[in-house]
Design a protein around this ligand. Structure first.
Ligand code: F6P
Length: 370
């Protein structure tokens, strides 16, 4: 008689990496994953350094994570102590020995050599897409967690880092308003968000802006000028304008900055608007480009909560062997969706977003809506 013994695969070790642009709340999610995995399941947890780049290093750059790593102030800090990378796709562009090459096989083989049972990847829509392809190719058990200040991950109400970025932009408006009033100026605040206007719309309303420009809605300089003049005629001596970085110039071109390494990034729409508004109004303009303070700030309580909830849930998904899933925030709680419903799919501001109505109701100029 032949007895067949089926050996059930038991999870013992998991790894975590942060990929794409950093944001506030990443250290809090790494902490949550480590605590849950250790406390509930007694698993070993490894952090891969610098996104997938850590797997290209020789020796592989990983660090064992223990609960006591998080005794200090790590969860209160912005950024990611594991490091991240938002340059290039390992299938096409990672540089090895000075040459651009497809590094996916090296990454997969390095990961496999570690004997790790599952990977948690924290990323935005683009990073999750890359991780989806890598883990599919390598047959790696994967769970994704959405993070991005842009909050543009589809089918997910809140990404880690977004709340902090909106808070930073709102605080900036709070600080610009007194100086705008002192000098009777129109202050322009350029915020991040890539192709989505979520940060600009939310911070603009919360921070009392008079004009909010987002990439999803066209605008006219003349209408902005008229709006500012109307405010002045009614007695206001200053104006606050928030513009998302991907808003185009009136000629339809994106404002971009080319860095010395040849990388092109969004930037400069604030200065363009400052000049154009100054030319045709009595308003002296000044421009503040908020930049990376939106990413490196101390996480708000909400980002810490979401990060903690996502981290615990992601570990539990692995325990249930539910792979190729992404945790999402929906209806005031965590749920999980198939990776294919989230990875690579973006979410911009819709015309019927309730906040558009709120902005209009407050008398804010938000573009040419009709
Ligand atoms: O996606 C996050 C983000 O901060 C965008 O809002 C911004 O356009 C971009 O990353 C900036 O990238 P980098 O850190 O490479 O300047």
């Amino acid at each position: 008689m032949i007895i067949i013994v089926y050996k059930l695969h038991v999870i013992k070790r998991i790894a975590i990496l942060t990929s794409g642009g950093d944001c506030a709340g990443l250290n809090a999610v790494i902490r949550a994953v480590t605590l849950r995995a250790h406390n509930k399941y007694k698993w070993e947890v490894y952090g891969i350094k610098d996104g997938t780049l850590g797997l290209l290093k020789e020796p592989i750059d990983i660090v064992k994570l223990e609960p006591n790593n998080f005794d200090g102030n790590l969860m209160r800090m912005g950024g990611t102590f594991l490091g991240s990378n938002n340059k290039g796709n390992p299938f096409k562009k990672f540089i090895k020995n000075g040459k651009k090459t497809d590094s996916s096989d090296i990454i997969i083989n390095s990961f496999k050599s570690l004997g790790i049972d599952a990977l948690i990847g924290i990323g935005g829509d683009g990073s999750l897409k890359i991780l989806q392809s890598l883990t599919k190719k390598g047959n790696i058990n994967f769970v994704g967690i959405p993070k991005t200040i842009d909050n543009d991950v589809k089918n997910n109400e809140l990404s880690i880092g977004y709340d902090t970025a909106v808070d930073v932009a709102t605080n900036a408006l709070d600080m610009l308003q007194p100086t705008a009033a002192s000098h009777r100026r129109a202050m322009i605040l350029e915020v991040m968000g890539r192709d989505a206007g979520h940060i600009a719309l939310n911070a603009g309303i919360a921070g009392g802006a008079d004009v909010i420009l987002i990439p999803e809605i066209p605008y006219s300089i003349k209408s902005i000028a008229k709006h500012i003049e109307n405010l002045r005629n009614k007695g206001r001596n200053h104006a606050l304008i928030v513009v998302a970085e991907a808003v185009k110039k009136e000629n339809g071109k994106k404002a971009t900055v080319k860095y010395v390494d040849g990388e092109v990034r969004l930037g400069g729409i604030g200065n363009y608007l400052g000049d154009e508004i100054y030319k045709i109004t009595n308003s002296e303009t000044r421009v503040t480009v908020l930049g990376h303070v939106q990413r490196g700030a101390q996480p708000t309580h909400r980002d810490r909560l979401i990060a903690s909830a996502f981290g615990v849930y992601a570990v539990d998904l692995i325990a249930k062997k539910k792979f190729n899933r992404v945790v999402v925030w929906k209806d005031r709680g965590v749920q999980d969706l198939a990776l294919s419903h989230v990875a690579g799919l973006s979410k911009t501001v819709q015309r019927n977003d309730p906040l558009i109505k709120v902005a209009k109701g407050l008398g804010i100029y938000i573009g040419e809506l009709n």
